[in-house]
Design a protein around this ligand. Sequence first.
Ligand code: AHM
Ligand code: MG
Length: 336
Amino acid sequence: MARRISLTQYLVEQQREHGHIPAELRLLIEVVARACKTIAISVNKGALGEVLGSAGTENIQGEVQKKLDIIANEVLIEANEWGGHLAAMASEEMDSIHLVPNRYPQGEYLLLFDPLDGSSNIDVNVSIGTIFSVLRKVGHHRGISEQDFLQAGRAQAAAGYCIFGPQSMLVLTVGEGVAVFTLDREMGSWVLTADRVQVPADTREFAINMSNMRHWAAPMRRYVDECLAGQEGPRGKDFNMRWVASMVADVHRILTRGGIFMYPWDKREPDKPGKLRLLYEANPMSFIVEQAGGMATDGRQRILDIVPTTLHQRVSVMLGSRNEVERVTAYHREAG
Ligand code: AHM
Ligand code: MG
C-alpha cells in the first residue's frame, strides 16, 4: 500500500524541509482543519443533529442565516481563539472583526472565513463548504482594527476550503501549489490524496447562474452567447454547463477537470460590483486557482491585486481555466 501522508506530516515537511511556512502558520492551519472536521460531522448529521433550517436571523448582508451558518461560525471561532497564533478573525456571518480575547496570547495572523458557503444547498443535501484565508498583520502598531484586514489578496499567507460532499475534502495552498486532503473518518485524519493540482488551460465547461442573463453587461452576454452557439458559432466547439450554486463545489470541479466559474456584476443591484465577497470568498479561491495554474479576474483586473476598502466588499468573479478567463476578461476590457 502506498504510504499515507497526513495533513500534519505534509505541513511539517512544508515547514522543516522546504522552509515554506513558519511553525505558527502550520499550527494555525491544523486548528482550522480540525474545526473543519467538526463542521463536517455536523453537516453529516443533518436532521439527526437538528442542524438544518433557518436560524431566524440575518447577517450584515441582509441574508437569512441558516443554523449551520451560525454553528460553523462558532466552531471556527472557538477553535481558533485560544491557540496563540491569531490576532483577530473576520467572517461572512459577523458584522465586524472578532478580536482574540485578552486572556489568550496574541499571534501575528489574521483569519478570514465564510464558515458555510453555499447556504442555499444546506437543506437539500447538496455539497457545501468552508472557505478560509490567512493574512499576516503588517506593521508594528498596537491593537487590531478592520484596516489590518484590508490587504490585497496576493498578500495571503495561506488559503483553503473544505468541501462537504460525498467525501469531505480539504484543499490548501501555502503558496507552493495546491494540495488536496480527504477526510478518513475512521482515523479522524486528513490524508493527502492529490498534490500539485493543475487546472487545464482549456475547457469546454462553464459555470454561471444563467437565470440572471438578462441582467448582465454586454461582454458577459457575448461570452456566454458564444459558448451557447457551440460548434456552429464563433468558438467552433460545443460547451457544457454546470452550476451547483455552492462556490466550493463549482471551484472544486474546476480544480479537478477544468472549467470557468463566473459570478459577474448585474444590473439588479448596479451599485454592487457582484454577489460574492472579496476577502473571504474571491481572494482565497483566486489564490488556490492561480496556484493551480489557472487565472482569476473581476473582468478587468487580477482579483489578487484588488486593494479592499471594506471588510464585506463584493466583487465580480471569473476564474478557472486560463484561456477562457483571458477571453472573457478581454471582452470586458474591449468594451471599456
Ligand atoms: P453564501 O456564502 O451565502 O452561501 O453565498 C455564496 C454562494 C456561492 O457559493 C454561490 O456561487 C452563489 O452564492 C450562488 O448564488 P445563486 O444562488 O445566485 O446562484
Ligand atoms: Mg459564501
